[in-house]
Design a protein. Sequence first.
Length: 372
Amino acid sequence: DPYIDDPVRHPALKVNSQRPFNAEPPPELLTENYITPNPIFFTRNHLPVPNLDPETYRLHVVGPPGGQSLCLSLDDLYKFPKHEITVTLQCAGNRRSEMTQFKEVRGLEWNIGAISTARWAGARLCDVLAKAGHQLCETEAHVCFEGLDSDPTGTAYGASIPLARAMDPEAEVLLAYEMNGQPLPRDHGFPVRVVVPGVVGARHVKWLGKVSVEPEESYSHWQRRDYKGFSPSVDWDTVDFDSAPSIQELPVQSAITEPKDGETVQSGEVTIKGYAWSGGGRAVVRVDVSLDGGLTWHVAELDGEEQRPRKAWAWRLWQLQAPVPAGRKELNIVCKAVDDSYNVQPDTVAPIWNLRGVLSNAWHHVHVHVAP
Ligand code: MTE
Ligand code: MO
């Protein structure tokens, strides 16, 4: 059993798959804290968790012609300026179960919890690449990452991001060795992972073993044959993965974490809570909440860290206290977020449905009963 050595996990996690391990925190725990505690941070593994020795760990950074390749120990990485930022990580499959309800898809049945937020600290990727002699170039180039986790044939997890993002100090791409002030937990990439603020979780390569700059995107399955979006009419017989760009920045997203679907709330006043986030550093500027399925709207109060322009890497938690309209037996609670480019969420799943069930960001609905 290649998974025999996997770490012990927190019992509160809702497990979608045991081997490889995939799990999310329950909604009410997800928004209890602005910073997600490490033990309940969602986990998305494609392969067994490698057990790496921090003493012998080395990160290989391939240099350009005329530059120098680097073989960095953890101590070497610590010598680069330490950079710390709050970043929300979201899997492209977050909220996939809502797509499945519309029509079958292939993928793990994530509810709304394949998203979490941490303080990440590490070396900036741009500093490490510069040390190896890399520069921004005019021609297209990509920074390819390889994990030290691998399948029985020896194929490692891999992904890539454009060189322009990697070299941009403002993009704050990290080679992170700390998560919320602690060494990374094994499930989250110990000892080193990539953190690409504003970008889909799949590019945040864990257990990082190798970094190289290539003229093309990573040839990894997860870069080329997965994590792409398609028209609702494309099926597994007609899909052409080469025709779609790999997902990088994610679209605007929000969901309700309290109350829970099917719950009974008291008449009088109801408190509604949730999260909202957008990709690419776009800030959430507003969350609209409806108690009547979208006929009328309230504006929720946004909590959490102040957002830096174009560098809003972390979610906002939000809440709303609203009077329950008299005489109502049921509420159809809805939320939708707006980001600073005025991007909005689509109202229904049907027009964004895709065979892989990614990019699921329609208005989120919760139906509750009102106590008589
Ligand atoms: N990196 C490696 N090496 N192996 C993986 O399976 N999964 C990716 C990414 N990095 C993965 C990986 C995916 S799809 C996501 S969504 C994030 O890690 C999840 O990060 P987390 O488990 O720390 O939440
Ligand atoms: Mo993911």
